[in-house]
Design a protein around this ligand. Structure first.
Ligand SMILES: O=C(O)CCC(=O)C(=O)O
Length: 139
Protein backbone atom coordinates (compact mmCIF):
# COMPACT_ATOMS: atom_id res chain seq x y z
CA UNK A 1 0.00 0.00 0.00
CA UNK A 2 1.18 3.55 -0.79
CA UNK A 3 4.48 2.23 -2.32
CA UNK A 4 5.70 0.84 0.97
CA UNK A 5 4.67 -1.66 3.57
CA UNK A 6 1.93 -0.16 5.67
CA UNK A 7 -0.02 -2.02 8.31
CA UNK A 8 -3.68 -2.18 7.14
CA UNK A 9 -5.69 -4.13 9.70
CA UNK A 10 -9.12 -2.87 8.67
CA UNK A 11 -11.57 -3.82 5.97
CA UNK A 12 -11.55 -1.78 2.81
CA UNK A 13 -13.58 -1.40 -0.37
CA UNK A 14 -13.69 1.19 -3.11
CA UNK A 15 -16.13 2.38 -5.74
CA UNK A 16 -16.05 4.66 -8.72
CA UNK A 17 -18.91 7.06 -8.24
CA UNK A 18 -20.08 6.51 -11.83
CA UNK A 19 -20.43 2.77 -11.20
CA UNK A 20 -23.99 1.83 -12.24
CA UNK A 21 -24.01 -0.58 -9.29
CA UNK A 22 -23.04 2.08 -6.77
CA UNK A 23 -25.13 1.47 -3.64
CA UNK A 24 -27.81 4.16 -3.22
CA UNK A 25 -26.53 5.18 0.19
CA UNK A 26 -23.11 5.99 -1.30
CA UNK A 27 -24.72 7.92 -4.14
CA UNK A 28 -26.62 10.01 -1.60
CA UNK A 29 -23.54 10.57 0.58
CA UNK A 30 -21.43 11.50 -2.47
CA UNK A 31 -24.02 14.01 -3.66
CA UNK A 32 -24.14 15.66 -0.21
CA UNK A 33 -20.35 15.83 0.05
CA UNK A 34 -19.93 17.16 -3.52
CA UNK A 35 -22.49 19.85 -2.77
CA UNK A 36 -20.92 20.77 0.58
CA UNK A 37 -17.36 20.94 -0.77
CA UNK A 38 -17.92 21.90 -4.39
CA UNK A 39 -15.42 19.32 -5.67
CA UNK A 40 -16.21 16.81 -8.45
CA UNK A 41 -15.38 13.66 -6.46
CA UNK A 42 -15.12 10.55 -8.63
CA UNK A 43 -14.34 7.76 -6.15
CA UNK A 44 -15.25 6.60 -2.67
CA UNK A 45 -12.96 4.47 -0.54
CA UNK A 46 -14.58 2.71 2.41
CA UNK A 47 -12.68 1.83 5.55
CA UNK A 48 -14.27 -0.34 8.23
CA UNK A 49 -12.64 -0.37 11.67
CA UNK A 50 -14.28 -3.17 13.64
CA UNK A 51 -12.84 -2.11 16.98
CA UNK A 52 -9.78 -0.45 18.53
CA UNK A 53 -7.49 -3.14 17.10
CA UNK A 54 -8.20 -1.98 13.57
CA UNK A 55 -6.08 0.89 12.38
CA UNK A 56 -4.16 2.39 9.51
CA UNK A 57 -0.49 3.29 9.82
CA UNK A 58 0.69 6.81 9.00
CA UNK A 59 0.79 7.43 5.25
CA UNK A 60 -0.07 9.99 2.61
CA UNK A 61 -2.15 9.54 -0.51
CA UNK A 62 -0.26 9.02 -3.76
CA UNK A 63 -0.28 12.30 -5.61
CA UNK A 64 -0.65 10.49 -8.96
CA UNK A 65 -3.90 8.97 -7.72
CA UNK A 66 -5.60 12.27 -6.96
CA UNK A 67 -6.15 15.28 -9.17
CA UNK A 68 -3.94 18.24 -8.33
CA UNK A 69 -5.68 21.00 -6.49
CA UNK A 70 -8.61 18.94 -5.22
CA UNK A 71 -9.05 17.90 -1.60
CA UNK A 72 -9.77 14.48 -0.13
CA UNK A 73 -12.93 14.47 1.99
CA UNK A 74 -13.27 11.99 4.87
CA UNK A 75 -16.76 11.38 6.17
CA UNK A 76 -16.81 9.56 9.53
CA UNK A 77 -19.66 7.35 10.68
CA UNK A 78 -19.96 5.40 13.91
CA UNK A 79 -17.53 5.44 16.81
CA UNK A 80 -15.15 8.32 17.23
CA UNK A 81 -11.54 7.47 16.34
CA UNK A 82 -8.48 9.62 16.73
CA UNK A 83 -6.50 10.59 13.66
CA UNK A 84 -2.86 11.50 14.03
CA UNK A 85 -1.43 13.95 11.53
CA UNK A 86 2.30 14.50 11.54
CA UNK A 87 4.62 16.64 9.48
CA UNK A 88 7.20 14.87 7.36
CA UNK A 89 9.74 17.59 7.99
CA UNK A 90 11.65 17.76 11.20
CA UNK A 91 11.08 18.90 13.82
CA UNK A 92 7.95 16.75 13.52
CA UNK A 93 4.72 18.48 14.39
CA UNK A 94 1.95 16.13 15.52
CA UNK A 95 -1.76 16.90 15.70
CA UNK A 96 -4.44 14.60 17.07
CA UNK A 97 -7.96 14.97 15.77
CA UNK A 98 -11.02 13.12 17.08
CA UNK A 99 -13.15 12.20 14.09
CA UNK A 100 -16.73 12.17 15.34
CA UNK A 101 -19.67 10.62 13.58
CA UNK A 102 -21.04 12.89 10.88
CA UNK A 103 -17.82 14.91 10.70
CA UNK A 104 -16.26 15.76 7.36
CA UNK A 105 -12.51 16.29 7.28
CA UNK A 106 -10.95 17.95 4.26
CA UNK A 107 -7.31 17.30 3.48
CA UNK A 108 -5.83 19.43 0.74
CA UNK A 109 -3.72 18.03 -2.10
CA UNK A 110 -0.76 19.97 -0.70
CA UNK A 111 -1.25 18.34 2.71
CA UNK A 112 -0.31 14.98 1.19
CA UNK A 113 3.15 16.32 0.31
CA UNK A 114 3.96 17.57 3.76
CA UNK A 115 2.00 15.45 6.24
CA UNK A 116 1.22 11.80 6.99
CA UNK A 117 -2.09 10.76 8.52
CA UNK A 118 -3.15 7.57 10.25
CA UNK A 119 -5.61 6.05 12.68
CA UNK A 120 -3.67 4.37 15.50
CA UNK A 121 -4.90 1.38 17.42
CA UNK A 122 -6.47 2.15 20.77
CA UNK A 123 -6.95 0.18 23.98
CA UNK A 124 -10.05 2.22 24.69
CA UNK A 125 -13.32 0.41 24.21
CA UNK A 126 -14.51 1.68 20.83
CA UNK A 127 -17.25 0.36 18.60
CA UNK A 128 -17.21 0.05 14.83
CA UNK A 129 -16.44 2.99 12.59
CA UNK A 130 -16.74 3.45 8.85
CA UNK A 131 -15.00 6.22 6.98
CA UNK A 132 -15.82 7.23 3.44
CA UNK A 133 -12.89 8.81 1.63
CA UNK A 134 -13.98 10.83 -1.41
CA UNK A 135 -11.32 11.62 -4.00
CA UNK A 136 -11.09 13.22 -7.41
CA UNK A 137 -9.15 10.69 -9.50
CA UNK A 138 -7.18 11.64 -12.61
CA UNK A 139 -8.86 10.63 -15.91
O1 LIG B 1 -10.42 6.25 8.25
C1 LIG B 1 -9.97 7.36 8.03
O2 LIG B 1 -10.53 8.40 8.40
C2 LIG B 1 -8.66 7.51 7.28
C3 LIG B 1 -8.61 6.69 6.04
C4 LIG B 1 -7.34 6.89 5.28
O3 LIG B 1 -6.34 7.29 5.79
C5 LIG B 1 -7.30 6.59 3.85
O4 LIG B 1 -8.32 6.16 3.28
O5 LIG B 1 -6.25 6.82 3.23
Amino acid sequence: MYDRDVDVPRQVASYRLDDPELPGVLETAAARVREAIGAPFTSAGLNFYRDGRDSVAPHNDHLYEIRAGYPIALLSLGSTRRMTIRSKARPRRIFDLDLETGSLLLMSYETQKHYDHGIPKTRELVGPRISLAFRVRPQ
